[in-house]
Design a protein around this ligand. Structure first.
Ligand SMILES: C[S@@+](CC[C@H](N)C(=O)[O-])C[C@H]1O[C@@H](n2cnc3c(N)ncnc32)[C@H](O)[C@@H]1O
Ligand code: SF4
Ligand code: SF4
Ligand code: SF4
Length: 422
């Protein structure tokens, strides 16, 4: 779409323009506009412009069906817990679905969290009820229980995205991380899922409506597997491999980090801006040779705007419902746990803005404290703890040195794009 400038050079963001940008502003919202200072394309490209709503509409609901699990992955937050493992109560879920029928901006319901979603006895009905809302549904599973009948049931229930975690290519590396799992079973289940998906009706554009993906958590001890995981994904026929860095929950796991230089921006060679390029005459290998040991591997990535972070949860209008019915703004604040940020031990304390066993989601979402928190996160003027050497205040996510109250997000690796989810 095209917007014409006014005689004085100003520009009105019309309702039509906002719709084209998928921005539906609540009456009491502001939008924050920023440029990417480090981008050579700044002001010439829409990629050089960042637009955020201070009070986003509710667009995504993440649901943790259970905190029970059949595995003991070395990376998992559950290793640090004393919490009781519970299933989300079906009545709570039904009430939530009833309420979401009126959530006119809702785009997606995702089923994951800290537990194995397929262990919830009514997971298929959960997906079906969310699908009936007319929105996308996503599920992330460890794949062990994704046998033929479960895969068929999920496809019949209307799952639009099924993602299986695969932290290695081969029994030894995969089972070393995913303790209690069987690599052969998970790969067989994935192949079967892709076969079943192929047999389903394809939509008119010829694109299969259900996407199947792999999530791989990159660690120093398994990063040599990334090409094998990608090759396996191509062989199986999945649509994408999604890679996240690891957030260590145990002191020993800090050796597994692959982002120390990336966070601190230690660059020994000049920044290079590459255009899209074919891998011809060894182009990819030549580009790889430019990366010096311990240097960040990002050539195209823009530095974030003048704001020091972007929260993918709050920015996308998300809310997270934990298995106990608690309502949190993001996965990082769903459970309390100690973790390790850039070599520093930090207590991440959970932040609940209410519970679905006591209130409804609309009331919790519109609560002044929750709204004020979303506003703070979108502005992101938290103290830049991730890039700092640390101080006493950074031992937990309480008030930071800029005066931001609990929960402060300046140390959050999700907001820096280091840890990410599909
Ligand atoms: C917490 S799991 C829950 C769903 C399911 N149990 C599974 O493992 O796929 C969701 C995703 O988070 C990833 N994950 C687990 N621990 C992580 C960590 N310490 N840092 C980053 N991602 C992690 C998992 O590999 C998985 O892909
Ligand atoms: S399967 Fe998922 S929830 Fe279970 S231990 Fe592994 S990462 Fe954690
Ligand atoms: S910045 Fe991090 S801690 Fe803060 S709301 Fe977003 S994901 Fe949660
Ligand atoms: S609170 Fe301030 S001084 Fe302390 S780690 Fe964060 S940015 Fe650094």
């Amino acid at each position: 779409m095209e917007l014409k400038a006014n005689a004085d050079g100003s520009l009105l963001l019309t309702k039509e323009a906002l719709d084209a940008l998928n921005i539906s502003l609540r009456p009491d919202s502001s939008i924050l506009i920023d440029g990417y200072p480090d981008s050579p394309t700044r002001a010439h490209s829409p990629l050089g412009l960042e637009i955020r709503e201070t009070n986003p509409q509710l667009r995504r609901v993440y649901i943790e069906p259970t905190t029970k699990c059949n595995l003991r992955c070395t990376t998992c937050i559950r290793n640090t817990w004393n919490e009781e493992f519970v299933n989300l109560d079906w009545n709570v879920y039904e009430r939530l679905i009833d309420e979401l029928r009126d959530a006119s901006h809702l785009e997606r319901v995702s089923f994951w969290g800290y537990g194995e979603p397929l262990l919830h006895p009514r997971i298929v009905s959960m997906v079906a009820a969310a699908h009936d809302l007319g929105v996308k549904t996503q599920i992330i599973s460890n794949g062990m229980l994704l046998n033929e009948s479960m895969a068929s049931d999920l496809l019949d229930a209307g799952a639009s995205s099924i993602i299986v975690s695969l932290d290695g290519a081969g029994n030894q590396s995969y089972e070393g991380v995913r303790q209690g799992a069987d690599y052969d079973v998970v790969v067989r289940n994935l192949r079967q899922l892709v076969r079943l998906r192929r047999r389903r009706v394809v939509n008119r554009a010829g694109i299969t409506p259900v996407e199947v993906g792999i999530e791989y958590v990159a660690q120093a001890s398994t990063i040599d597997q990334i090409a094998d995981i990608h090759a396996l994904a191509a062989d199986i026929g999945v649509d994408f491999v999604f890679v996240s860095n690891v957030l260590p929950f145990r002191a020993n796991d800090q050796d597994e980090l692959l982002y120390a230089a990336s966070v601190y921006g230690q660059r020994k060679t000049p920044r290079i801006y590459l255009p899209p390029m074919d891998n011809k005459n060894g182009a990819a290998a030549a580009i790889a040779r430019m990366v010096k040991p311990d240097e960040p591997i990002h050539y195209l990535q823009h530095a974030s705007g003048t704001c020091g972070g972007y929260c993918p949860f709050v920015g996308e209008g998300s809310v997270v419902i934990g298995a106990a019915g608690q309502v949190a703004p993001c996965m990082a604040l769903l459970h309390s746990a100690p973790c390790f940020i850039m070599g520093r031990k930090k207590s991440m304390n959970a932040c609940e803005f209410g519970s679905l066993s006591k209130s409804d989601l609309g009331t919790i979402w519109d609560d002044d404290c929750f709204r004020a928190f979303r506003d703070r996160v979108q502005r992101f003027d938290f103290a830049p703890c991730v890039q700092c050497t640390g101080c006493k205040k950074a031992k937990d996510n309480g008030r930071d040195c800029h005066g931001s109250p609990f929960p402060s997000c300046g140390d959050c690796l999700w907001a820096q794009g280091i840890v990410q989810c599909p």
